[in-house]
Ligand binder design. Structure first.
Ligand code: GFB
Length: 319
């Protein structure tokens, strides 16, 4: 497969980033500016309701982007996915379908669709190669979200095949960083634990309860690394197959809890609420395809976690 056949994007092209106030979209916008892009437009729900087909078409017609980064999605942690599968399925399907339809209508030639490592089967070989897609049953707690994201991958392939669009898909592992959602129950594990351990330190609590058994393993990528990878892919990748974006190593949730405790200075007990689901036993991505086109991550988990915990402490201190 020739994966380096594309030429870098024109820095004066109008780039539309959908999901511009989200964790990933906001950092992609910063990276675009840092890389010299002169016409960057961010779209979030106040600008356009991407679940509305007519509004989406009208919005794209007014912006007429040449390049689109699709970072717009309904996202959440294991509990949110598990308790609201209908919204996770329907909203994500609507957002993608409307956005792809509108992008095609105005002739967008380069588009990056962001998926998720949960598209792969629950019991995939580890590390998970892109070829594992559609080879087995999904993890039940997030199958609705995963099916929507799989539909996105297939849509990107289909626009390529039927209309020759040079659209691509990236599958990031679990993302974290400053600006994330730190909701106590709806967020992903890393921000949820930063908040819980931080609050324990503030209140002097001797115990922090963490969900599940602590044995599942997850790979975490800092949002700055993910944004850099997205731009690298838009400059250097043009192929129907999705590309995994990860950092190459994983940790157990028990190890993560200890790392968060160290980062926020919690010295009490960690206990486990095994009534909460563990989800997929392990999700470590095979990133050799991305490495093959010359990109590797730069931010170590311990450093990224410490910076994110500091950002959280500063932001709650300021509010
Ligand atoms: O981050 P998380 O919600 O996402 O959970 P997934 C990861 C693991 O951390 C699970 C455990 O085993 C959780 O049981 N965990 C422990 C916690 N304490 C907590 C806590 O306080 N909050 C949370 N959220 N988890 C999501 C998918 O799966 O990953 C999405 O549901 C998406 O669809 C996302 O793909 C990247 O990795 O399990």
């Amino acid at each position: 497969m020739d994966m380096t056949k594309t030429v870098p994007l024109d820095r004066s092209a109008t780039v539309l980033v959908a999901g511009s106030t989200g964790l990933v979209g906001s950092v992609v916008i910063r990276h675009l500016h840092e890389q010299g892009f002169t016409s960057v437009v961010g779209a979030h729900t106040a600008d356009v309701d991407l679940t509305d087909p007519a509004a989406t078409t009208e919005y794209f017609d007014s912006i007429r982007p040449a390049v689109v980064v699709d970072a717009a999605a309904r996202v959440g942690g294991i509990d949110a996915n598990n308790s609201e599968p209908v919204e996770f399925l329907n909203d994500n399907l609507r957002i993608q379908t409307n956005l792809f339809t509108a992008a095609h209508a105005v002739g967008v030639d380069r588009l990056l669709f962001l998926g998720s490592s949960c598209i792969y089967p629950k019991y995939s070989p580890q590390p998970i190669p892109e070829s594992a897609l559609l080879t087995g049953p999904l993890e039940e707690t997030n199958d609705a979200y995963a099916i929507a994201k799989i539909a996105g991958v297939i849509a990107v392939r289909s626009y390529r095949r039927q209309y020759g669009r040079r659209w691509i898909s990236a599958m990031p592992t679990n993302v974290y960083g400053p600006g994330d959602s730190f909701h106590p129950t709806r967020s992903h594990v890393l921000p949820a634990l930063i908040r819980r351990f931080h609050e324990a330190v503030e209140s002097g609590a001797e115990e922090v309860v963490v969900w599940g058994t602590g044995t599942p393993r997850r790979e975490f990528i800092h949002v700055d690394d993910l944004a850099a990878a997205c731009l690298h892919l838009l400059d250097h990748y043009d192929d129907p197959e999705p590309v995994n974006v990860g950092c190459g190593t994983d940790v157990s949730i028990a190890q993560l809890a200890s790392l968060v405790a160290d980062a926020v200075g919690f010295t009490g007990r960690i206990t486990w609420d095994v009534s909460k689901p563990d989800g997929t036993p392990r999700k470590l991505l095979d990133t050799s395809r991305l490495a093959g086109i010359g990109w590797k991550p730069a931010i170590d988990l311990v450093d990224g976690l410490r910076d994110t915990a500091r950002w959280y402490a500063d932001s709650v201190g300021a509010s």
